[in-house]
Ligand binder design. Structure first.
Ligand SMILES: Nc1ncnc2c1ncn2[C@@H]1O[C@H](COP(=O)(O)OP(=O)(O)OP(=O)(O)O)[C@@H](O)[C@H]1O
Ligand SMILES: [Mg+2]
Length: 243
């Protein structure tokens, strides 16, 4: 089957201005994320991984170049359209869970559905189902502070899935977890990819995580320096970077 891109960066530059100095965090990055693939992004601290994830997730726009998500140029969208894209098409998981502490787990998962205007009973049922998917059905009424780090991250994964996104972007989702909980979160992402066909992009510092991946993207100094097949095999790794 020919590969198709769920998200794509075309010669993307991101230049941050600090004081009166320009700092290029991304220096001409081109990459296509194949639909329904599992991509792991590796690279030293400061190599531009988070910057790239923010651009692919339409949380930010590039200084130069194009980002295309679901066949649409993000730069040509209005702020409203971008917000809708983030709400409906992209799920984001961060290293620091960012759950709302005064809400219960299930209410946190419901939040993106509130934004979408789903009726309370529908969103509650779906949120509970998603908590079941991450193994937390029994802790739905706990507050984040009453959950372990691993459990909080699983709630964050459930929340990212609330509006059934096609793409799940996870920026060091296991960065604050011990090995066992990290494996658990990675296995949930694996299941979402295998069973539901979600496109998954995970930034990690753990080279062992390449075993979950179809493709491994290596970054250094604001560039992609190599793409290779991951442990689960991926056809034509070169396709990701030949635009
Ligand atoms: N808002 C900002 N303003 C200025 N410079 C920034 C900003 N955000 C990131 N940078 C710089 O851009 C570079 C890339 O940052 P980025 O966060 O993408 O790296 P990273 O690969 O995710 O690193 P880490 O593994 O530490 O998370 C870094 O040198 C960083 O200092
Ligand atoms: Mg980062």
């Amino acid at each position: 089957m020919p590969l198709r891109a769920a998200a794509e960066a075309r010669n993307v530059w991101k230049i941050y201005r600090v004081g009166n100095v320009d700092f290029p965090a991304l220096r001409g990055v081109s990459v296509r994320i194949p639909e329904s693939s599992f991509v792991v992004v590796l690279g030293p601290s400061g190599s531009g991984k988070s910057t790239l994830m923010h651009l692919l997730g339409a949380l930010d726009t590039p200084t130069r170049g194009e980002v295309i998500v679901s066949n649409r140029k993000v730069s040509e969208m209005s702020e409203d359209e971008r917000a809708r894209l983030r709400r409906d098409t992209i799920g984001f998981v961060f290293q620091h869970f960012y759950l709302i502490n005064r809400l219960t787990a299930v209410e946190n998962v419901e939040l993106p559905m509130v934004a979408k205007g789903l009726p309370p009973r529908v969103r509650r049922a779906r949120a509970l189902e998603l908590l079941g998917l991450v193994g937390l059905r029994g802790k739905a009424l706990r507050k984040p502070t009453e959950l372990s780090g691993g459990e909080q991250q699983r709630v964050a994964v459930a929340r990212a899935l609330a509006n059934d996104p096609k793409i799940l972007l996870a920026d060091e989702p296991t960065g604050n977890l011990d090995t066992k909980n990290a494996e658990r979160v990675m296995n949930i992402l694996l299941k979402l990819n295998e069973d539901l066909g979600k496109t998954i992009v995970v930034v990690t510092h753990n080279p062992e995580h390449v075993r979950y991946a179809n493709y491994v993207v290596h970054m250094r100094d604001g560039k992609i320096v190599k793409v290779e097949e991951g442990g689960r095999g991926g056809e034509e790794p070169r396709w990701l970077i030949t635009l």
